[in-house]
Structure formats: C-alpha cells, structure tokens
Write a protein that binds this ligand. Structure first.
Ligand code: GDP
Length: 442
C-alpha cells in the first residue's frame, strides 16, 4: 500500500471570510427603535452590500437625508446611497404588495433602484391570511403582546410549521397554486370567516402572488452573493430589525417578536456561516424605549415619560404608537453585549437628554431584596425588579453640533464613558441628531 502526503494540500476556504472583506452586523440592543436605520445609512457610505436578515414590514427604519425623511420597512437602509446593492435574506418574511409599494415610492422620489435589490430565493412570503390570523389572535388573546398587526408572527408560524410559500415557489405556477390552496384552506378554517370574507381574502392572496413577475428577476442566493463579495475584499453591512430584548429566544418572552433579532441570526438569515462575520456593532439609545406590552424596568413616571417622549419624538415609525420611555438600563445592555458578542457600540439620541438636569443609569437590579447584575430569563421576575439607579449631572447644553467627542460637554463625555464602562463595549459612534451629518466617530 502506498500512502499519500501526511497533510492535505491547503485549499482556499469557500465560506470563511479569509480575504478580509469587512462584514459588520448592526444590531439593536434594546427593545427596537434604537436608530439602527440612521446608523446603517451612515455606515452604508463605505459598504458595498447592505442586507436585511430577519423581520419584515413590522420594521420602520427612519433616515433623514438632505432634509428628506424616508421610512424604510422592508428595503435595507443602505438604499439611499446610490449604487449600493441591497439584499433581503431568507430570514425575512416578505410582504410583496407592501414591498413594491415601498419600491415604487422610492423610485417616485428619484431613487434609482434598477438591479440594486436582491431577494433570497428561500425567503418566505407573508400573505394576506397571515395578517387576518394575526388580528384574530390579538383579539382573542387574554394577555396582549401588542404586535404591529402585520402578520409577521403567523408568517413565521407557517414557515416553522412547513406550510410556508417561498420566493422560489413563485417560479412554478402549479406548485404555487397547490401550496397556496392548502395553506389558505388551513388559515380559513382557523379563522372561521364567512364566505364573503373568504372570497375577499383569496382575492388579496392572488393579487399578491400576481407580483411574481416583478419579484423573480430579483431572486438570488444571498449567501453566495455575500461570500463572493467578501472574497473579493468588498464590505457588507447586515442590518438587524427590532432589538435584542425582542428576540424570540433571548428577549422578554412572550413579549417578543417572532424572529431571532440577535447578531447570530444574520448568519442564518442570509445564508452565511458565523466565521464570515468580522464585527458586531450594537446600537443603543442614550436612554431606553419600548413599544407594546411587557416589562420595562427603568420606565419613567408619567410626567417624565411624557417629557422624554416629546423630546425624542418617541412615536412608532410603523404604527404611530407612543413609545414607553425610561433611563438607560445597563443590566439589559450588558446582557445584549453578551448575547450579540458586540465588538463596538453606537449610542444614539444623546441630544434628547440635552435639557435634563439629572440623568440616571440602572446599574443593578434588586430582586426580592437581593442585588443582581443578571438580566432575568423569567419575564415575570423582570416585571418585579427594582432598578438601582446611579445619578449623573445633566449637561444642559446642545450637543447637536458636536462632530468630535471633544466637542461634547464634559458631563456628556462622562456619561458616555460610564456607559462604555458598564457595558464593557467600546463606543465607536455617537449620534447627536437625526440627520446624516449629526454623527461622531469616536
Ligand atoms: P430604528 O427602527 O432602530 O431604525 O429606529 P427608528 O427609525 O424607529 O427610530 C429612531 C428615530 O430617531 C428616527 O425618527 C430617527 O430619525 C431618529 N434618530 C436617530 N438617531 C437620532 C439621534 O441621534 N438624535 C435624534 N434626536 N433623533 C435620532
């Protein structure tokens, strides 16, 4: 018997990010609405591809460019930079009529989109019966989650229940019809709707599917595109929606969204391996907000809540609902740093605190008389914790014109230094206003 060489010849890796193209995940670290859209828009300048990996039209990322406001629901926030490629991964649930309404509205506002958007062939479709199921579930529920009512939850249920319809199915009319008839039959049975409502719902479903002709030319393998781009030394930005405390596994269950929002989901939601990711940037507001129900340990009293809500314009971009507001919660943020493996932090909306006399940070929780720095898995416990608040003097001066960290008042600097210390993550970016240029690269 002859034996071969003692080692296999090294072979260029096909999936690891060995060529050094930068691959950064931008992830919300609180309950969503952290200002990810603005941060992604700023970073997209130096990226080649911007990709969404989970969620759907429940996201509402607001970006201000040259005096214009854009609210992006399904299309990645990088789209406002000419020529950048934008991808929607297999982890998103795609609402076709809403997607094309958003697409057409951008074109109408002069954004060139031809050839710029790719949609994963493996992405699941959100169809009108999902919205009807969402609505019915929220009406029936004794304990309301406070969903956006967009059908996102039921669409993910169809996916995990293996009754989903995917983008790739749009290319095979007989199979599509079979899949949809079956899924819709199940939904109608569950909904117990009358004949008229059923006919209307069916018409909505077929109208959505009639957009197949516009969708299929955008269908792609997002994982392959990303790996090839990285191998060519290009850079990729992955844009999370919602936030860590809304993650299906790591959030305040059951008051969570129906997908994994944390950084690892960028890999599964786009079809790449974790070794392709080079950095994870966590986005936190300089305070905390939450929409919908569920615990918010540092929540303000009514008067302070109203004040910060007005100062920060804290009303939902998708639903218009007022957001609940509270102090920065370092226990929650430290937990987010761990579950996301953060390499850097972007702190947004520092300017919202400009007029406050005093600012507080929750450093530990008191639970049944015991102090803990752990974010409890038990949501019921979380609703009973008493945050221990550290007091910081306010800076009472505008920060909106600061462009360097040294432009900030010393109290604002100390506040940020403390956030960095408590979270254990270096602050890389500070945002001091909604406009693109209101940014400090630390
Ligand atoms: P996202 O879903 O995480 O992208 O966040 P949203 O778009 O829902 O909410 C963030 C809101 O804050 C938007 O209206 C942004 O224009 C705005 N915003 C982002 N960064 C800043 C900032 O640093 N200061 C102020 N005042 N507003 C900001």
């Amino acid at each position: 018997m002859t034996t071969g060489p003692s080692r296999l010849t090294p072979h260029p890796p096909v999936s690891m990010n060995a060529a050094g193209g930068r691959c950064t995940v931008v992830v919300g670290c609180q309950w969503g609405d952290e200002g990810k859209g603005k941060i992604v828009d700023v970073l997209a300048e130096s990226a080649d591809i911007v990709a969404r990996y989970q969620g759907g039209a429940n996201a509402g990322h607001t970006v201000h460019v040259h005096g214009d406001e854009f609210i992006l629901h399904q299309i990645p926030s990088g789209i406002l930079h000419p020529g950048k490629r934008c991808l929607l991964g297999n982890g998103v649930v795609l609402d076709l009529p809403k997607f094309f309404a958003e697409y057409d509205a951008l074109v109408e506002r002069g954004i060139e989109l031809e050839g710029r958007i790719g949609i994963s062939q493996r992405a699941h479709l959100l169809l009108p019966y999902h919205r009807a199921l969402d609505h019915a579930a929220e009406v029936r529920a004794r304990e309301k989650i406070g969903t956006t009512g967009q059908g996102i939850g039921p669409a993910y249920v169809s996916k995990s229940g293996r009754r989903g319809v995917r983008v790739t199915d749009l290319g095979n009319a007989p199979r599509l019809e079979r899949l949809v008839e079956r899924a819709m039959g199940d939904a109608l049975q569950e909904l117990e709707v009358g004949r008229f409502a059923a006919t209307e719902l069916e018409a909505g479903v077929w109208a959505a599917l009639a957009l197949a002709g516009r969708t299929l030319p955008m269908a792609t393998d997002t994982g392959r595109e990303i790996v090839e781009a990285l191998a060519a030394g290009r850079s990729v930005l992955m844009e999370g929606a919602q936030g860590t405390a809304l993650d299906l596994d790591h959030g305040t269950y059951p008051f969570v969204t129906s997908s994994n929002t944390t950084a690892a989901a960028a890999a599964t939601g786009l079809g790449i391996g974790p070794t392709a990711i080079s950095a994870v940037l966590g986005v936190v507001k300089a305070y905390t907000t939450r929409v919908g129900n569920g615990p918010l340990p540092t929540e303000f009293d009514e008067e302070m809540g109203e004040r910060v809500r007005e100062l920060g314009g804290e009303f939902g971009a998708t639903t218009g609902r007022p957001r609940r507001c509270g102090w920065f919660d370092a226990v929650q943020a430290r937990y987010a740093a761990r579950v996301n493996g953060l390499t850097g932090l972007a702190v947004t909306k520092l300017d919202v605190l400009d007029s406050l006399d005093e600012i507080r940070i929750a450093t530990v929780y008191r639970v049944d008389g015991e102090l803990t720095t752990e974010f409890p898995a038990d949501t019921w416990s979380l609703s009973r914790v008493e945050p221990v608040l550290e007091r910081h003097p306010g800076w009472r001066a505008p920060t909106t014109e600061a462009r360097e960290i040294s432009d900030l008042p010393v109290e604002a600097y100390s506040y940020l230094a403390r956030l960095q210390e408590l979270t254990g993550v270096p602050i890389e970016i500070v945002s001091v206003g909604s406009r693109r240029e209101q940014i400090i690269h630390v």
